[in-house]
Design a protein around this ligand. Structure first.
Ligand SMILES: Nc1ncnc2c1ncn2[C@@H]1O[C@H](COP(=O)(O)OP(=O)(O)OP(=O)(O)O)[C@@H](O)[C@H]1O
Length: 487
């Protein structure tokens, strides 16, 4: 348990004026699951890029197996068996699951490589995620974000010529439903018990506390705490992370108990495969949750509702303006070539137009007010959106929807990569906006978030199989309904 695979000493990294890392010391040991937490923009992903050699530090010393390596780069990291499941999934979307496996495994060449690659990846998927339902010939772009994440995770743990020794998991559970997350975390424990090491980054603090041996807390580019997990509790972690997270407590919102389905009807929806049965409805002022195992039709229903806005009522009825906060921000959310400000204001262009022209002044004011309200960490809103950390990109998507004129906001598991302090701020914002008459249709894979909803619909096989009021909500009921046709 004490063999250091890799040591960082006084590592710094700057991107122009942004100091992403300011003198980080860190040792990673075999047989240990290390939990890494910190607010959005604290420097976690940058640190992981340094460990995988994809980013070179501005200054500092990297040692591998107790030898200083000034030449440390991607190839050395690869030879050491250091691999990363990055937050922004890195599979090639136009290739199959098997072909993507081949990319990272050189020995999978020659006659029959596709078959061998398929066998390798499916074997690992079976081991980590029994019952995954993924085929080796599936094109990656056809898979849901959760399944893509599962493939990416399984690929990181596969072995051919090089034994994986350190696997970095950068927020892997944020795209997985609770039962799939559980499968991964159990596998992670098996991997470290056999001598492997993991770095597990998550904004779900309970996962870190329950499944990691040691916890490192980062704040503003520095390591501010590094200790065994039993020395931390949830509130100590939040306080140590500081910033917006400090001092907040998660509480079950009382307002969610007072159902308010008396306002105007905003959305009525019936699944295509369910001409009779439970119909979903959302009224002004309501926060409505969608739950169930990932990939069972929740995101699809949001897209159908989004597309039906402005159309004639039929199977789906939508009254008023609608905005969508995407969970898969890379595919459905951000405009990667645009600035942060343009990404925020794009949903409000009609409101920002004076005569035939967009008022740059009003657009700037709108972006600035939401930067402050939601805490987007950037020195300049005119910077490209990709200069933001993942969580801050997600905040820009919230700002886009909340800053628009939409009466109904659809949220597709939108807290992926958002830190606990910001989450609590967004929860409060949602409650406040609902009190003002806005309504929310919120697909979430985080059980805690259902506590904010007035009512919850549970999806299974693209059908709504149960409806729960806030008073009826328990984790057992959600899990039971997710697996069975009826409660
Ligand atoms: N390529 C880049 N160009 C400019 N700034 C960058 C770049 N990559 C990261 N940064 C900045 O470095 C800081 C640290 O970002 P990083 O992605 O490491 O944070 P993080 O802790 O992983 O955040 P999150 O929890 O949101 O993923 C942020 O201020 C970010 O905007």
């Amino acid at each position: 348990m004490d063999r250091g695979i890799i040591d960082l000493s006084e590592v710094t990294k700057s991107f122009g004026a942004v100091h992403a890392l300011r003198g980080v010391d860190l040792t990673i040991r075999s047989g240990e699951a290390l939990g890494l937490v910190g607010h959005n923009g604290a420097g976690k992903s940058t640190l992981m890029h340094i460990l995988t050699g994809t980013v070179a530090p501005t200054a500092g010393i990297i040692s591998a197996d107790q030898n200083q390596r000034p030449d440390y780069d991607v190839n050395i990291a690869k030879m050491l068996g250091i691999r990363c499941v990055f937050q922004e999934l890195s599979l090639c979307p136009n290739l199959t699951v098997a072909e993507n496996t081949c990319i990272t495994h050189r020995p999978l060449s020659g006659l029959g490589w596709r078959k061998r690659a398929g066998k390798l990846i499916i074997g690992k998927l079976d081991e980590i995620f029994p019952g995954h339902g993924i085929m080796p010939g599936a094109i990656v772009s056809d898979l849901s974000i959760g399944r893509r994440q599962m493939v990416e995770i399984a690929r990181a743990f596969t072995k051919t010529d090089i034994i994986p020794r350190l696997i970095i998991l950068d927020e892997p559970t944020s795209s997985l439903d609770p039962s799939t997350s559980q499968q991964l975390l159990s596998f992670m424990r098996r991997f470290v018990s056999e001598g492997g090491a993991t770095i597990f980054i998550s904004h779900l603090l309970q996962e870190i506390l329950d499944y990691c041996d040691r916890i490192v807390v980062m704040r503003d580019g520095r390591v501010v705490a590094d200790d065994i997990a039993t020395e931390f509790g949830r509130s100590k972690l939040i306080t140590t992370m500081g910033g917006a997270a400090g001092g907040h407590q998660v509480s079950s919102p009382e307002s969610a108990r007072s159902a308010s389905s008396t306002g105007n009807l905003r959305v009525r929806y019936r699944a295509k495969t369910q001409p009779t049965g439970i119909e979903l409805s959302v009224h002004a002022g309501e926060i409505v949750g969608l739950a169930g195992l990932a990939g069972h039709g929740q995101s699809l229903s949001l897209i159908e509702i989004f597309e039906a806005a402005g159309g004639r009522p039929g199977r789906i009825e939508v009254n008023g303006q609608v905005a969508l906060v995407a969970g898969d921000r890379q595919t459905d959310g951000i405009f990667p070539l645009w600035s942060i400000a343009d990404n925020i204001t794009v949903r409000s262009l009609t409101a920002l137009t004076r005569g035939a022209l967009i008022s740059q002044q009003r657009a700037g004011e709108l972006a600035k007010s939401w930067k402050e309200r939601i805490g987007i960490r950037t020195p300049d809103l005119d910077n490209n959106i990709l200069s933001l950390s993942g969580g801050n990109q997600q905040k820009a998507l919230f700002a886009r929807a909340f800053g628009s004129n939409a009466e109904t906001i659809l949220m597709d598991d939108p807290m992926r990569g958002v830190d606990i302090g910001t989450k609590l701020d967004v929860y409060r914002l949602i409650e406040h906006e609902a009190e003002q008459g806005r309504c929310f249709l919120w697909y979430t894979t985080e059980m805690d978030e259902l506590a904010y909803c007035h009512k919850i619909y549970i999806f299974r096989n693209r059908q709504i199989v149960a409806q729960l009021s806030q008073d009826e909500l328990t984790e057992e009921r959600v899990i039971h309904s997710s697996f069975q046709e009826a409660v």
